[in-house]
Design a protein around this ligand. Structure first.
Ligand code: FNR
Length: 363
């Protein structure tokens, strides 16, 4: 049953990616162009540091799959691409492994193919501390992701219907494992209030996983025989909205959900993300073109991210938060309602004093 669900998720997510891509809220973020702002490429370093973690590049392959023969093969390919490009990577939810240990290899293949990389295990917020430790041990994981997926569970025919225990359980897991815990959504976003709660629970990092890319309400709806939830289309906040909303929430924030190209990566970094994750887009590449296509795509993206940082005059990912950013459309309305000052974002480079190295940025 779980194996079948994992195969369904891959099939429906890939179908979503193959539909003609359109607008999402990353398009409502643009940079003010300053023609003399550029720096030298040799002075640009993509290294990012957050919550005691250091990655050589601010890009990662976010959680997707494992638990069936087919998804094990996908995990192997994703892991090889991560190893070849140096990006961090996460497995999909390991609940299939807790239900049946014979599928362990469909997850542990990620560590076997990528022995020295940064690998994240992934569990749900109901998992016991013992399961959390088993997940970390199986992968020799460098961090543990816990996913929050209320809307997905709600639409999933066989999904959970009890969510009240999630918060207390996250606190127990944080206290019970010895790797950093990253809490993520699965495509509906994390609000400022949620990120603040996570901080208070001792969670090290939040991954907003916003709306605008893979849509799990639609995927689960496509798996339903009756009781259509199609009206939930559009639920949740986009990654740019979440990043703006979570400014100053007190823990580092990662961005994912709807990231389509290197400009989206740079936009997310400029809005305060410490690194940027991609799932559906990389899945499509690996399914359609194999490992070599994904290695090429990630390599090209990293090259372009560095090129854009050079043009924008940002020597580090953190320095992108000094760039002047314009917010348009619905995202601007969201900012107004949530009390987020978009004028300050549009003029913040002038409040950066190069003599005293003070930043009025949003980090
Ligand atoms: C996911 N995602 C996901 N997340 C998670 O925490 N545990 C999981 O098991 C899965 N499973 C999964 C399967 C497939 C096929 C996809 C495409 C995605 C969600 C993923 O990590 C991410 O949050 C969302 O997909 C949004 O990012 P993209 O796809 O818009 O880049």
């Amino acid at each position: 049953m779980i194996a079948e669900r994992k195969d369904d998720h891959v099939r429906f997510a890939a179908e979503q990616q193959r539909r003609p891509g359109g607008h999402n809220q990353f398009d409502e973020v643009s940079f003010v162009h300053h023609a003399l702002a550029g720096t030298d490429r040799a002075d640009v370093s993509p290294v990012t540091r957050f919550g005691g973690i250091e990655w050589q590049v601010p890009l990662y392959v976010n959680a997707m799959t494992g638990g069936s023969e087919r998804t094990g093969a996908i995990n192997r390919d994703l892991a090889i691409a991560a190893r070849e490009t140096g990006v961090a990577i996460a497995t999909g939810s390991m609940s299939a492994y807790f239900a049946d240990e014979s599928v362990a290899d469909t997850f542990s293949v990620m560590r076997r193919e990528n022995p020295d990389g940064f690998v994240m295990a992934n569990i749900n917020a109901n998992a016991s501390v013992d399961k959390a430790r088993r997940a970390v041990d199986l992968l020799r994981a460098d961090a543990l992701q816990i996913h929050l997926n209320v809307i997905q569970e709600t639409v999933m025919p066989e999904g959970d219907r009890s969510f009240a225990a999630w918060g207390p359980q996250i606190e127990k897991i944080v206290a019970g494992v010895d790797v950093p815990v990253i809490v993520k959504e699965v495509g509906f976003g994390l609000s400022r209030e949620t990120v603040t709660l996570l901080r208070d629970m001792g969670v090290r990092v939040a991954d907003v996983a916003g709306r605008g890319g893979t849509d799990f309400a639609r995927i689960e709806n496509d798996r339903r025989k009756h009781g259509d939830y199609a009206y939930l289309d559009g639920w949740g906040q986009s990654a740019p909205a979440c990043l703006l909303d979570a400014q100053g929430a007190g823990i580092p924030v990662l961005a994912s959900g709807g990231v389509r190209n290197p400009l989206d990566v740079v936009r997310a970094l400029a809005l305060g993300a410490a690194a940027v994750g991609v799932s559906g887009g990389f899945l499509r590449t690996v399914l359609d073109g194999g490992v070599s296509a994904l290695v090429r795509q990630i390599t090209d993206w990293l090259d372009h991210v560095r090129a854009l940082m050079t043009a924008l005059g940002a020597r580090t990912p953190a320095e992108l938060t000094r760039c002047d950013v314009l917010v348009h459309g619905d995202l601007r309305a969201f900012c107004a309602d949530r009390g987020i000052d978009t004028r300050r974002l549009a003029t913040r480079s002038s409040s950066y004093d190069t003599t005293h190295e003070t930043v009025e940025g949003i980090r």
